[in-house]
Design a protein around this ligand. Structure first.
Ligand SMILES: Nc1ncnc2c1ncn2[C@@H]1O[C@H](COP(=O)(O)OP(=O)(O)OP(=O)(O)O)[C@@H](O)[C@H]1O
Ligand SMILES: [Mg+2]
Length: 307
């Protein structure tokens, strides 16, 4: 049987008249990375704050390790590590002191793993926190969380301020946690990160979960944009089912851009290769593309809800 670490059922949260969460239902299973994606203001951080027991739900239920997130918050917190999107630090402590303090608050000790993470992230722990950039503030929280022994790790847009090298280090560490059968809830705007890391994802919009499933199950929703120049003209692209929005470059010969469903990339590439590829640029689908596809594919429900 699948062990559910987080279980959320029809969760609601109202702030006065604002219904921030209307209907949130998903679960995070043992040993998986669950990606939580959605546009600004959709309710990701609010959901996470309810999970952390910082906010009290207005309806529905949420449990972690089978315990109620509000009533059993203290017990839950002993087995949980969290990194917020906006990291605020004590300005007069050094980064190293803050890391140790965060660990202590979580009943953890500075370990060899902490030192290894400081090294991996090339983080200078000797500077006062107020001098750190956004990325470095994020590193403080990430190093503390990643060196915490926990069963569930919750990251709320943890890589928004990190450069690609550090993002990669974060991702490697999360994949290691996963190998150790830890569970991870990761909210992110970066679809490539979600694609690489997550076993299953939940898409939230306007306080509602509009889709959950594995990426394979959602693959039909994604499209890649390709811009390519070839030796010979490519006229047969429109014959490939799954190729859309073909646009010819008016300035350069044999240059064309189009979008293609993920499962048809192979067929498109075969055709292009036969014409001799001079240059090729591929842009992965953005979150917006995914949403737009979702709406186009969906018959009624979501569209009418979104109005
Ligand atoms: N304390 C609060 N009081 C009133 N409204 C709030 C409060 N916190 C959040 N909201 C509202 O709840 C909704 C969801 O916000 P939330 O921060 O959860 O979004 P998000 O998905 O995390 O967005 P982002 O991607 O920008 O971080 C928004 O409409 C927001 O304005
Ligand atoms: Mg947020």
């Amino acid at each position: 049987m699948v062990e559910k670490i987080v279980e959320i059922n029809h969760l609601q949260k109202k702030f006065g008249k604002v219904q921030a969460l209307e209907d949130i239902t998903f679960d995070v299973r043992k040993g998986e990375v669950f990606g939580f994606i959605g546009p600004n203001g959709a309710g990701k951080s609010t959901t996470i704050r309810v999970l952390l027991g910082i906010l009290r739900a207005s309806g529905g239920s949420a449990t972690i390790f089978g315990q109620d997130v509000w009533h059993d918050a203290v017990a839950i917190h002993g087995r949980l590590a969290y990194v917020p999107g906006d990291v605020y630090l004590w300005p007069n402590l050094t980064g190293g002191e803050v890391i140790d303090l965060l660990l202590k608050l979580n009943h953890q000790k500075h370990s060899a793993r902490t030192d290894a993470l400081i090294k991996q992230f090339e983080f200078d722990p000797t500077k006062k926190s107020r001098t750190y950039s956004k990325g470095n503030r994020q590193k403080v929280a990430l190093i503390a969380a990643l060196s915490t022994e926990a069963d569930l790790y919750i990251f709320d847009e943890p890589t928004s301020g990190l450069d690609p090298l550090n993002e990669e280090i974060f991702q490697q560490n999360v994949l290691q946690l996963k190998q150790q059968r830890k569970s991870i809830l990761l909210s992110s705007h970066i679809l490539s990160e979600v694609e690489r890391m997550c076993d299953r994802i939940g898409i939230i919009r306007q306080g509602k979960i509009i889709e959950t499933g594995s990426l394979d199950e959602m693959r039909h929703l994604t499209r890649t944009v390709i811009t390519v120049q070839t030796n010979e003209p490519v006229s047969e692209l429109d014959q490939i089912d799954g190729v859309h929005n073909i646009k010819e470059d008016s300035k350069q010969t044999n240059k064309v851009s189009f979008s293609v469903d993920s499962e048809k990339i192979d067929a498109a590439m075969e055709l292009l290769a036969a014409k001799g590829i001079v240059s090729l640029q591929s842009t992965p689908p953005t979150l917006e593309d995914l949403f737009l596809r979702y709406y186009n594919n969906d018959s009624q429900g979501v569209k009418s809800d979104a109005q």
